[in-house]
Design a protein around this ligand. Structure first.
Ligand code: SF4
Length: 310
């Protein structure tokens, strides 16, 4: 390596959000209270380290409920599930513990409300993402997915006066505003949620990332490739003109990325454990670490009654 970075600009807030902390705690409490194995439908949160850590403690991750023995305990992931999945769990007599983030539940509630009043619901999000599949499942006949600006221009609805929108919680704020601008111009009667669906944690991590990326030669985002909010952070840095890479941990850093780099902007997605940040800083060598805090987070979510300590 011809040069090593001198400075790490650490974005704050970064790393675990309240919804991820709650989901991980739910699995831990379930393991402690019910014993192993505890089944978890899908990855509890989209992070390889979190999943591997819980696996070693007795969590068994499955793709679908037919892999869970009748009567066993199953945890629904932070991303939420459709009503069809809940119905199947009931049919199979499963002991369900729901780790859906309350901010995802909020979007599901809105989807039901908008559909009940007869609106077509335009769901802005990424197809195939578990959160989007769950939300779509609330009113599949009345919900249309809008993934980008092109689809916002192309989408057609039965009645342009009865149309609402919702968004995935982990989208890029700037891109979503652009998509929404198109939808508003096409559907002047478009109604939306009372407060943003893009959650506080996603918004805060994007703002803090932008604050460090502007002064960095390179941005590193700690997170897994299937983590929507982490991938958005990389895209935002790149759109701002700073080279950026997503890494699962310190082992993902490639020496060639650091050629000529003096200042590294560092953040972590909402599903990435805080210890990985320390490990990456250590791997970058002797550096001056400057933290830039753009918001303070105090939000905590209560555990569901099924695992709440008495
Ligand atoms: S990123 Fe937002 S919606 Fe997702 S778990 Fe965290 S707080 Fe909840």
């Amino acid at each position: 390596m011809s040069s090593a970075p001198h400075t790490v600009l650490l974005a704050a807030p970064r790393s675990f959000c309240a919804g991820v902390e709650r989901a991980v705690e739910i699995v831990e409490h379930a393991l402690a209270g019910r014993g192993r194995p505890v089944y978890v439908r899908k990855q509890i949160v989209h992070n390889a380290h979190v999943v591997a850590g819980l696996e070693t403690r007795g969590a068994v991750f499955v793709d679908e409920l037919d892999e869970v023995p009748r009567g066993a305990t199953v945890v629904f992931s932070a991303h939420g599930v459709s009503p069809a999945v809940r119905a199947e769990a009931a049919r199979r007599g499963l002991d369900v513990i729901d780790a859906t983030c309350p901010l995802v539940t909020k979007v599901h509630t809105e989807a039901r409300r908008f559909a009940t009043r007869g609106d077509t619901v335009l769901l802005i999000g990424h197809g195939g993402h578990e959160e989007v599949e769950g939300t779509l499942g609330e009113a599949p006949e009345q919900t249309l997915l809008v993934e980008d600006v092109a689809q916002a221009w192309a989408v057609t609805v039965p009645d342009p006066e009865r149309v609402s929108y919702l968004t995935q919680t982990t989208l890029a704020v700037d891109e979503t505003a652009e998509i929404l601008g198109v939808l508003r111009s096409r559907f002047p009667f478009l109604k939306g949620p009372a407060s943003d669906d893009i959650c506080y944690a996603t918004t805060n991590r994007q703002r803090s990332l932008s604050a460090v990326a502007a002064d960095a030669d390179l941005v590193l985002v700690i997170g897994s490739a299937n983590s929507s909010n982490s991938v958005r952070l990389v895209e935002i840095a790149r759109r701002g003109g700073t080279p950026a890479h997503l890494i699962d941990d310190a082992s993902g850093i490639r020496p060639e990325w650091l050629e000529g780099v003096r200042t590294v902007g560092l953040t972590a997605g909402a599903s990435a454990p805080p210890r990985l940040v320390e490990e990456v800083v250590a791997a970058l060598g002797p550096v001056t670490v400057l933290e830039r805090e753009t918001a303070t987070e105090t939000i905590r979510f209560t555990l569901p009654p099924a695992v709440r300590p008495s």
